[in-house]
Design a protein around this ligand. Sequence first.
Ligand code: HEC
Ligand code: HEC
Length: 266
Amino acid sequence: MKFLTNLRRHAAARPALLILALLVVGLGYSVVSPQQSSAETEMTQQIEEGKALFDFTCSSCHGLGGEGTSQGPSLIGVGAAAVDFQMGTGRMPAAREQAQLPSRKVNYSQEQIEAVAAYVATLGAGPEIPAESAYTPEGLTEEEIARGGALFRANCSACHGIVGGGGAMPNGKYAPSLVETDAVHIYEAVRTGPQQMPTFSKDVMPDESVREIIGYLDEAHEQPNYGGLTMGDAGPVSEGFWAFILGIGGLAIVATWIAKKGARAR
Ligand code: HEC
Ligand code: HEC
């Protein structure tokens, strides 16, 4: 206390304080203000880029303002998540009329996809592209993954099969296999309901439940399957072969994991 009082009484204290205050304000301003405005221009730039790409690639079917044509539905209110899903799995842009568009090789960068998504989001509010924390299966407990399995069997397996291997639908359509699907696209499919798939809102299925389902699928598709379900049709030789590969591979992975963990602990 005595030290502080002495300091305050010092002749230079006031001017020094004033200079300090000015410095703080000035620095604060120069740090905050240009950042804000550059983030804003980046946003509008992204939307403009997205609109240009949309007008060129998508508007022939979805209309110049995304209002839809006889060739494609309106995209007003489908949200950024629907665009990220449709373009990110290679379904869009559709090449031609088909009962169902298969997922294909993606010819656009994630940046381009996000630009189109940002533009479509300006047409009407809809589900957003989720943050990674909403869909990453990382950190889920065994109990949560088991709950994900129960949720999947109750809500999804009627169409997609018990472990997400896919299944036939009426009129020659199908619910695709989910073995190769990225976590983010699983999340987006749940929120946007492509084609005959129902849309699950956050009220019906909170983010945590979607994450648990993703965790279940992740685990189900990671684990070697000795049941003979997905081993092709080459019979016991192929099964033995796969058992060997998966067994040894699995052991190798476990060994590496243990070694890594040990190294980290040290
Ligand atoms: C050749 C016509 C055609 C082109 C080109 C096309 N689409 Fe589509 N799009 C369709 C049709 C038809 C559907 C509905 C069938 C379906 O959902 O699979 C559709 C559905 C969609 C959906 C799903 C809408 C919903 O309700 O969830 C999105 C999102 C979409 N398109 C985005 C795009 C984007 C973005 C582009 C450009 C990169 C594009 N499409 C190019 C025909 C087209
Ligand atoms: C009524 C049947 C039905 C139900 C129930 C259903 N789906 Fe689907 N799902 C579909 C169909 C049909 C498609 C293909 C849509 C397309 O190709 O545009 C699909 C597509 C998907 C895709 C995209 C896969 C890919 O090709 O990359 C994912 C992921 C998905 N569903 C997850 C789920 C999950 C998770 C649930 C449960 C919460 C669920 N679905 C419930 C019918 C269903």
